[in-house]
Design a protein around this ligand. Structure first.
Ligand SMILES: [Zn+2]
Length: 416
């Protein structure tokens, strides 16, 4: 089996330019990406992280780049992206920073393939996260892309709405089966519930864990050695005359409050608020915001489970315009008969109208783009705190809902 080159050794210059090396790591963020062959070669810059949190810049070119770009585009699962390169070359820092790159044809590229090396790396990655050596792994393509400065084929906004219905809250509330939609709401009030504003989470799955001391166990018996705190907030939301309650999960709450659940919990403990049922005033900052949300509407609970938020005013305006689009008269769009609504939902895409906002890459005339200068940003602390994908969120949602006999959602069920 391959002996992988140590990231620290690469950093320290313990390597030779005339040798090829085997490299493995999990994708930490994605930088400058040239998706199509034009005046420039197809290229993707990204950083790999090893299980000790060391990072190394990488660049893939042409066919190799296309393979990773395609993989990231099509990736739907929540796990990290492990990249293994055999026979890669290391290019010294010069005009561009030190980077690991493919050779013309010799390099073998594996992306989350079921080869022993990747399976073993995944195992040590899980252990490192469980032991608290690593924070969490950024999972989805949109999260990875959100850390770079754009220039991918899809903007953040396009990814936000991709393949989902755009509709006003009034229409969404009439849907009769679970549907993921994009809408605009104003956050009105945080609802307290008997679970509190945060919970202790499993390192491996989105479930809550229990136990007084490590290893904490989730419902699936995954042992978690460290304490992982995550937000879960029920928030009353409103659009025009329609009101509802949405559940916001860790990543989105951290995004809106600009503080991680762990940090806010620490702050609360410092002032003697040790009960998750004590809602600190910081939580209230989530109220009164007009935001775009991608949300899974769950008629069974009369509740929406939010899986992405966006608060750009232009984007929000654009979405609202689509509520009132030519195919849908605003007044008649509120169906009286809930059974009608599913057939009536407009199948529209915001993609076309957003084409104009795709950021253009400035063409510098050089063949390679300096990844450091162009877009390799250090991931923010906030991004490090999120591990949930939308699918996982929903699972947690159901878990908590089914466990909590007296939660708001359970009450809804009784009311029906
Ligand atoms: Zn678990």
């Amino acid at each position: 089996m391959a002996k992988f080159k140590d990231f620290l050794e690469i950093e320290e210059g313990i390597w030779r330019q005339d040798f090829l090396y085997d490299i493995i790591g999990v994708v930490d963020d994605i930088g400058y990406t040239q998706r199509f062959q034009g005046s420039k070669k197809v290229q993707i810059n990204f950083r790999l992280r090893d299980v000790s949190n060391n990072k190394i810049c990488c660049t893939l070119w042409e066919n190799y780049a296309t393979e990773l770009i395609t993989y990231m585009d099509e990736k739907t699962d929540a796990g990290g992206t492990i990249v293994c390169m055999k026979y890669a070359k290391i290019k010294p820092a010069g005009k561009f920073p030190l980077t690991v790159s493919n050779t013309w044809t010799t390099t073998k590229l594996f992306i989350n393939d079921k080869i022993l090396e990747i399976l073993n790396f995944q195992k040590s990655l899980d252990e490192a996260i469980s032991n608290g050596i690593m924070t969490t792994v950024v999972n989805t393509s949109s999260q990875l892309m959100s850390q770079s400065s754009g220039s991918s084929m899809y903007t953040l906004e396009q990814k936000f709405v991709q393949n989902h219905e755009i509709m006003p809250l009034s229409q969404m509330c009439c849907l009769t089966r679970d549907t993921t939609c994009v809408t605009v709401v104003k956050t009105v009030k945080v609802r307290s519930n008997n679970k509190g504003w945060y919970f202790q989470a499993c390192y491996k799955c989105p479930k809550a864990v229990s136990g007084d001391k490590p290893p904490y166990k989730c419902g699936d018996n995954h042992p978690t050695e460290t304490q992982i705190w995550k937000y879960r907030l029920d928030v009353d939301v409103k659009y025009e005359n329609t009101e509802s309650t949405f559940t916001f999960w860790d990543r989105e709450v951290a995004q809106l409050l600009e503080v991680t659940a762990a940090d806010l919990r620490d702050q609360c403990h410092d002032i003697g608020l040790t009960d998750p049922l004590d809602y600190p005033t910081t939580i209230d900052k989530i109220e009164g915001k007009t935001i775009a949300v991608r949300v899974k509407w769950q008629p069974k609970w009369k509740n929406g489970s939010v899986n992405e938020v966006h608060n750009g005013p232009d984007f929000i305006e654009n979405l609202i315009d689509q509520f009132n689009g030519p195919t849908q008269d605003k007044k008649s769009a509120v169906p009286n008969d809930s059974a009608v609504s599913e057939n009536n939902t407009p199948s529209k895409s915001i993609t076309a109208s957003l084409d104009v906002v795709i950021p253009m890459v400035s063409l510098s005339g050089t063949d390679e783009i300096d990844p450091e200068v162009v877009s390799m940003k250090t991931p923010s602390k906030r991004n490090g705190a999120s591990i949930l994908s939308c699918a996982e969120n929903d699972e947690t949602h159901e878990l908590i809902a089914s466990n909590a006999s007296s939660t708001k959602m359970a009450k809804h069920q009784k009311m029906e």
